[in-house]
Design a protein around this ligand. Structure first.
Ligand code: 4AD
Ligand code: MG
Length: 443
């Protein structure tokens, strides 16, 4: 029995002259009466395969000859090194079998020429066929980078003794303001899908002290932008005995760690997307500057952007601000009126809160939001009342302050925001398998 190999192993050159078996899908196919050329792909790569009528059983040759794109196959043959073949090797087939045939009445809808015209997965056609688009090389590459980024977030926190901790997805109140809350009927009552793990993480802060998660968060974002999803994956951390500065240092170290990890583990994939590796290594190595909100507003006004002090920066403004950044920048000390109640007012000037956003360069904008929490009972009650928020859903949250409150803080990082920035994607939809926005919950 021939050994079954991954295509990347065959392309490594260690099996030249051996008879081996491959399992995969037909990506390209052309044939004349006596010879078939196929490109076969698996999750690790592609290889050119050649079948000659004289070398094979008639019946097998005919079935391979008639096979359509995306049929699955098992092939056995001789590995030959060939400089002209993409990847440097080809397989000379001596036997082969179609495992899952594609019906000629219903060929694979995503053709290579359609793909070339729709670089970036932007069209409705590709979104409608998302379940099939996943197997194209661009999407496969994005999903590999995404997986590496998830792994690097876990590594970062676990190596520093953070405990992974889970919060409920059904909740009774808002974290990030009511306008983006998803309401769900809940047995005759109203519940909401959580916008953030944070409030429930704060409840466990006196138990675990350092905690993190990666979980879906939900936002009823009506506007469709290149940076917003209604369901996104949220990496969040919470830490006892820490202030804004220490939390920011973790945010910076985490993003650098992610950049370093994909550089080490996914440089081939990044290059195949046309990404400049020097940029990624700069993001891994150069310190991220800090700037106060007020300075950012002045800069924007200097660029002719209409913005008033007190407004939060939306994506359109962040885009302008970050166009010329060479590395991510922290913006700190936002006006209290621009941020939710949980942010701690700055004791030096109560107009501001001790918070930070990390803005990615190249026009990508916010990837992290975090800061120090209002941690005394008196102050949290005042902030909740100032906002006109009902106290009821937050009683559990206030209790955290009633029983041994301590200074603490944390941040949330949008994993898809980071994936799209680091991979250079045009649109956040490109880096999540089944993107959700205000118009789409299918497939
Ligand atoms: O700035 P946000 O709203 O902060 C929070 O949710 C805090 N409770 C986090 C915390 O302190 N634990 O969201 C955090 C990050 C943003 O910086 C952004 O990267 C991402 O979540 N994000 C989104 N990503 C994709 N689509 C959306 N609609 C997003 N909304 C926020
Ligand atoms: Mg934010």
């Amino acid at each position: 029995m021939a050994k079954t190999l991954w295509i990347s192993d065959v392309q490594s050159g260690s099996f030249n002259g051996e008879i081996i078996e491959l399992k995969g899908w037909i990506k390209r196919h052309r044939s004349s009466g006596k010879i078939i050329f196929m490109t076969i792909r698996d999750s690790t790569g592609e290889i050119q395969c050649v079948a000659k009528k004289v070398d094979m059983k008639e019946e097998q040759f005919e079935s391979l000859k008639n096979a359509l794109i995306e049929s699955s196959v098992e092939l056995t043959g001789l590995v030959k090194s060939d400089d002209r073949a993409p990847g440097g090797h080809e397989l000379i087939i001596n036997s082969g079998e179609i495992i899952g045939a594609v019906n000629p009445q219903n060929p694979f809808p995503i053709t290579e020429s359609a793909m070339e015209q729709t670089e970036g997965g932007e069209t409705e056609f590709l979104l409608d066929n998302r379940h099939l688009y996943l197997r194209t090389s661009r999407m496969t590459t994005m999903l590999k980078i995404r997986s590496t980024i998830f792994g690097s977030v876990h590594n970062y926190f676990r190596e520093r003794d953070f405990i992974e901790y889970q919060a409920p997805s059904f909740v009774a109140g808002a974290v990030e303001g009511g306008s983006t809350l998803f309401e769900v009927p809940y047995f005759g009552r109203k519940a909401y899908l959580t916008q953030s793990w944070q409030l429930y993480a704060e409840a466990a802060m006196p138990a675990l002290e350092r905690l993190y998660t990666i979980a879906p968060s939900f936002r009823a974002e009506k506007s469709r932008t290149r940076r917003h999803l209604t369901e996104f994956w949220h990496a969040e951390m919470e830490m006892a005995w820490a202030g804004n500065k220490e939390i920011m240092e973790h945010g910076e170290a985490l993003v650098r760690h992610i950049a370093k990890t994909i550089l080490n583990e996914r440089s081939e994939e990044l290059e195949s997307l046309g990404r400049d590796l020097d940029l990624i290594s700069r993001y891994a190595d150069t310190p991220y500057p800090r700037m106060r909100y007020d300075e950012a507003v002045e800069r924007l006004q200097g660029m002719g952007v209409e913005i008033e002090w007190g407004q939060d920066l939306d994506y359109s403004k962040e885009k302008i601000l970050t166009q010329d950044f060479d590395v991510p920048h922290f913006l700190t000390h936002y006006p209290k009126i621009a941020k939710p109640f949980y942010h701690r007012p700055d004791p030096d000037d109560e107009k501001y809160v001790l918070c930070h956003d990390l803005l990615a360069p190249e026009g990508y904008g916010e990837i992290i939001g975090g800061g120090e929490r209002t941690w005394s009972e008196k102050e949290i009650l005042r902030r909740i009342d100032e906002e006109g928020t009902p106290r009821d859903p937050y009683e559990f949250y206030i209790d955290i302050r009633r029983y041994g409150g301590v200074p603490h803080g944390g941040f949330g990082m949008g994993v898809e925001r980071v994936c799209s920035w680091l991979s250079g994607a045009d649109h956040i939809r490109e880096v999540i398998p089944f993107p959700r926005d205000s118009r789409r919950v299918t497939p």
